[in-house]
Design a protein. Structure first.
Length: 251
């Protein structure tokens, strides 16, 4: 089979399913693992796919943004492990910023017995924080459908009234050269504001976010510690740790 034909088969499989393993590609193309790995390397260089542990996935469009409902159905085990690790960085008496998003939402039950003050732009976060008896401040802003985040210039100005010991951000893209990115420029501005008001910043991201690049830049890698789980390839980990601290939580 010609290389171009194998590449088209790989892309066709990926259009039908989110990820594909090397073994699946070998079975579909009758090619050896070494040949398939070379194919994946070439497709990644062309920015058509990204390599993931044991296979590949299609690169997402830079403006693609899953809804909170879609996010809630994926990587639940990873998000819980990442969130538990994130809370271990919080000390008694800290003032913290919790970004909107499903991963930061998982932090809230682990905060129950800590004496902290939380500021958030996540609409669903507010009720959960109140239910767990956590002192909570909500920023102003425009309510964004889909992600249930408060954004816009009022949100940025509201955040600038606070000072945080630590902030915890979700992110759509983590790339060694392109940095930390998210699809919506308004949400990027809010994340930037929180980061600037914090003594330290932690980005919570499941392995699928690595190698992705979204539309709007939030920060460079060195501006935050990144917390993830195993499932990020050794090559990706090696590239990230050249720029910043990476905490990998075993599952």
């Amino acid at each position: 089979m010609l290389t171009i034909d194998r590449h088209e088969i790989i892309l066709d499989i990926l259009r039908d399913q989110e990820t594909v393993s090397v073994r699946q590609i070998c079975d579909a193309t009758n090619a050896s693992e070494s040949t398939v790995r070379r194919d994946l390397t070439e497709l990644e260089k062309k920015q058509l796919i990204k390599r993931v542990h044991g296979g590949a996935s299609l690169l997402k469009k830079k403006r693609d943004e899953p809804t909170i409902l879609e996010k809630n159905t994926k990587f639940q085990r990873e998000k819980k492990a990442i969130s538990k690790k994130a809370v271990s960085f919080i000390e008694e008496g800290d003032s913290i910023y919790l970004d909107a998003g499903t991963t930061t939402m998982h932090m809230i039950p682990f905060l129950k017995n800590k004496q902290v003050v939380v500021v958030t732009n996540g609409i669903p976060h507010v009720q959960a924080l109140i239910e767990h008896g956590i002192e909570t401040y909500v920023i102003a802003g425009k309510a964004k459908s889909g992600t249930a985040a408060l954004t816009g210039t009022k949100a940025v100005k509201s955040i600038q009234e606070f000072r945080f010991d630590k902030c915890f951000l979700g992110m759509n893209g983590i790339h060694p050269k392109q940095g930390l990115t998210t699809p919506d420029p308004e949400e990027a501005n809010v994340k930037q504001a929180a980061l600037q008001q914090a003594q330290s910043c932690h980005v919570l991201a499941d392995p699928a976010k690595f190698g992705e690049v979204s539309f709007a830049e939030v920060a460079q890698l060195h501006q935050a510690t990144i917390i993830t789980t195993d499932g990020v390839s050794e090559g990706q980990q090696a590239e990230i740790v050249k720029h910043t601290s990476l905490e990998v939580v075993p599952l």
